[in-house]
Write a protein that binds this ligand. Structure first.
Ligand code: AMP
Ligand code: ZN
Ligand code: ZN
Length: 397
């Protein structure tokens, strides 16, 4: 008996406080696609500021490479680098099977479970008996690994309707009610591309997003569940000003060569036979201006791209502000660049019963968000992830 008591005492003293017991609180994870780290420092987002004042924030949230939408949203909910979770680009092909993956509302590939490795937050939650409801999140519409409640992607769905769905789900009878809710908004990314990250239009858009956040808080208060709700606001990446004159015509540079390519601007990866690759490498190396070219084994380790079967023998990365000519219209902002570049960093703000009040950290990595959110819900993250709770547990009470 005495031994048991001692064991319990040792457990209480040494188990980190950040590992919380499973609880019946709620977790609302919100993504503002393309919200650059500094957008919330512009004095335009009073509702975000209220969460920060009474909660926590990181100065910036470092994305994974490539700093694109699908790879990063899926990292946020798996704690894995893209080479381990499989969604390495927004668009790529498996050149062995010939099957391709592409994002987009009507792309059948976004539903196919085979592309999505690792375990998403909603599956971990499900394993612990927690239901989830998702108003759009990359990876949430798969045939088998989907959450309890989800919707078919609709880019133009008004903000109010997104909130309506969430409030509907959170108001369900307790046995059917999701305690994990994810909400996605594309607006800051859309306008950052079209008008540039420092445009007046982006400022208007963040204000609109902030008003919606205020509405969400108000509506959660009406349900009586606000005090039991942890709200976490993130973004997948930031946005870099692009200069129309910084266009690189890689296809022209490689005309006459035979190759296959994965990715899109600002990152392209090439597959071909050994001889062709050697010659292509020389041509690219001789013209290495505004971009970097790497043979697979030379890809910088911090990009975590060497192990993916979808990375070819060469990787070509545009430098910030540069872009590769494509059939798409030119834009004033872009992302996808090396995660070490500050302008591709996103935001991280959190508030609620699990979080400290008035606490800030510097830059945190988005691979650590999944284990942090598991801890917020008091559930055990899946094994073998790249992220670590240790680096971010200081946010928790
Ligand atoms: P990008 O800026 O190229 O990395 O991609 C952003 C785009 O991804 C958005 O504008 C949407 O069109 C698309 N997108 C975002 N979430 C989803 C989703 N859940 N399903 C399908 N497409 C999506
Ligand atoms: Zn995005
Ligand atoms: Zn974008």
């Amino acid at each position: 008996m005495q031994r048991l008591f001692l064991a319990a005492l040792v457990f209480c003293l040494f188990v980190p406080r950040a590992i919380r017991a499973q609880n019946d609180d709620y977790l609302v994870l919100i993504s503002w696609d393309g919200c650059r780290w500094d957008y919330i420092n512009r004095n335009l987002t009073p509702n975000v500021q209220k969460l920060i004042d009474d909660g926590v924030r990181a100065e910036s949230l470092q994305p994974v490479f490539p700093s694109k939408t699908f790879p990063n949203h899926y990292t946020l909910v798996t704690g894995l680098y893209p080479e381990n979770h499989g969604i390495v680009f927004n668009k790529f092909q498996d050149f062995i099977t010939g099957e391709s993956y592409r994002i987009g509302k009507d792309a059948p590939s976004i539903h196919r479970d085979k592309w999505y490795k690792g375990e998403s937050l909603w599956i971990t939650a499900q394993k612990h008996g927690i239901k989830s409801g998702i108003v759009f999140w990359p990876g949430s519409e798969t045939f088998k690994k989907h959450p309890d409640y989800f919707l078919t992607y609709d880019h133009t769905m008004p903000h109010k309707e997104r909130l309506d769905r969430l409030i509907e789900w959170i108001s369900l009878p307790p046995a059917e009610r999701p305690h994990l809710l994810l909400l996605y908004f594309p607006d800051a990314d859309d306008d950052g591309h079209e008008f540039g990250p420092d445009s007046e239009k982006v400022n208007e858009t963040i204000q609109k997003l902030d008003t919606t956040l205020g509405d969400l808080v108000g509506r959660l208060k009406e349900t009586g569940l606000y005090k039991k709700t942890n709200i976490v606001l993130v973004s997948d990446h930031g946005m870099v000003n692009t200069d129309i004159d910084k266009r690189i015509n890689i296809r022209e540079m490689l005309s006459g060569f035979h190759f296959k390519v994965n990715g899109d601007s600002p990152n392209l990866t090439f597959f071909s036979d050994k001889n062709e690759i050697e010659k292509m490498y020389k041509v690219l190396k001789n013209n290495e201006n505004g971009f970097n070219v790497y043979q697979k084994k030379q890809i910088p380790a911090h990009l975590h791209m060497r192990e993916s079967p979808f990375t070819g023998q060469l990787l070509v990365m545009a430098k910030p502000g540069y872009y590769f000519k494509s059939p798409w219209p030119e834009s004033k902002g872009s992302h996808g660049f090396d995660p070490e570049i500050r302008d591709v960093h996103g935001v991280f703000v959190a508030h609620g019963p699990a979080f400290k009040k008035g606490f800030t950290m510097g830059t945190i990595e988005n691979i650590d968000v999944y284990p942090l959110l598991c801890s917020v819900m008091g559930i055990t993250p899946t094994k073998n992830i790249d992220g670590s709770l240790n680096r971010v547990k200081a946010f928790l009470k």
